[in-house]
Design a protein around this ligand. Structure first.
Ligand code: DGL
Length: 270
C-alpha cells in the first residue's frame, strides 16, 4: 500500500472525536479513518496529565500497528497534556496533529482584539494552554475560561435532552466568567453535539467556535503539503474501535457515520 493510501488514525476519550472525524470525512471523502474511542477511561478531563499521557501513547501504539499515515488527537484534554509526548513517541512513523494549534491559528486570523469565553474540561482549563498560546501571539484577545466537568459524562451517555442537563448547561453559561463575550470557544470535542442548546442559550447572538471543521482543514493542508492525500476514489470503510463497548458510542457513531459497520471492542488494557 502506498503511503498516501494508508488510513488516518483518530482518537478521543469517547464520542467527542467523532465530531472532528465527521468534519474530516466531509472535507476529505477519500480518506479512510480508524477511530479509537477510549470509552473505558472517559472522562479524560478528570484524569491526571500522567494518566492521559499513558492512554495516548498506548492508543498511538495500536494505531501505528494499523499503519496509519497520520494521527489526529481529536481531544482537547489529550492535546493539552500529551501532544508533545505523542509527537516524540510517534517520531517519523506518522504525522501528528492536535486540535489546539489549528484553533490558535484560526483565532489569530479571525478574532483579534475580541473577548472570547472558553469552556472545556478541567484538564484543558488547568493546563492553561489556550491562555499561554494566545498570550505568546500578543493579539489582544481577551480570554476567560471556565471548566465545565459535568458536561462530558452526560453527552457521552447520550442524556442531553434531560431537564437536569439543561439546568446544568444553563448554570455554566450564566457563570460571571462568561459574561459580555463576543464569542464562545467550545474547547472540548464533545461540545459540538450540544451546539444547538448552547446557541439557544445565547439566542443565537454570539459566534460559537469549535474544533471540528478548523481541524479538518488543518489536516487537509498538512496532507496536501506532504503529498499524502489519498488519490483513491473508492468509498473507504472506516473502522471504529472502543476500549469499552457502549450502546451510546455505537448510536453516536451511526449518527455521524450512518454506513458505519465495523465496530470492535479493543481491550487495550487487558
Ligand atoms: N473530548 C475531549 C476533549 O476535547 C475529552 C473529554 C473528556 O473525556 O473529558 O477534551
Amino acid at each position: 500500500m502506498s503511503l498516501s493510501s494508508q488510513p488516518i488514525g483518530i482518537f478521543d476519550s469517547g464520542v467527542g472525536g467523532l465530531t472532528v472525524a465527521h468534519a474530516l470525512t466531509q472535507l476529505l471523502p477519500n480518506e479512510q479513518i480508524i477511530y479509537f474511542g477510549d470509552v473505558a477511561h472517559h472522562p479524560y478531563g478528570e484524569k491526571s496529565s500522567a494518566a492521559i499521557q499513558s492512554y495516548a501513547v498506548k492508543i498511538c501504539e495500536m494505531l501505528l500497528r494499523q499503519e496509519v499515515k497520520l494521527i489526529l488527537i481529536a481531544c482537547n484534554s489529550a492535546s493539552a497534556v500529551a501532544h508533545d509526548l505523542v509527537r516524540e513517541y510517534v517520531g517519523s512513523r506518522a504525522k501528528v496533529i492536535d486540535v489546539i494549534n489549528p484553533m490558535i491559528e484560526h483565532l489569530r486570523e479571525n478574532f483579534n482584539h475580541q473577548k472570547i469565553g472558553l469552556i472545556a474540561t478541567r484538564a484543558t482549563v488547568n493546563s492553561g494552554i489556550y491562555h499561554q498560546k494566545i498570550d505568546t501571539l500578543g493579539l489582544g484577545i481577551q480570554l476567560t475560561s471556565l471548566a465545565a466537568p459535568l458536561l462530558v459524562p452526560i453527552i457521552e451517555e447520550g442524556n442531553i435532552n434531560h431537564d437536569d442537563f439543561k439546568q446544568i448547561l444553563h448554570n455554566y453559561l450564566s457563570h460571571p466568567t462568561l459574561q459580555d463575550i463576543d464569542a464562545l470557544l467550545l474547547a472540548c470535542t464533545h461540545y459540538p453535539i450540544i451546539k444547538d442548546q448552547i446557541s439557544q442559550f445565547y439566542n443565537h447572538k454570539i459566534s460559537l467556535i469549535d474544533n471540528s471543521e478548523i481541524t479538518a482543514h488543518a489536516v487537509k493542508n498538512l496532507l496536501e503539503y506532504h503529498r499524502l492525500l489519498n488519490p483513491s476514489v473508492l468509498t473507504p470503510q472506516h473502522q471504529f474501535y472502543v476500549s469499552d463497548y457502549t450502546e451510546s458510542f455505537v448510536a453516536h457513531a451511526r449518527f455521524f457515520f450512518p454506513a458505519a459497520l465495523h465496530f470492535e471492542h479493543y481491550p487495550l488494557w487487558d
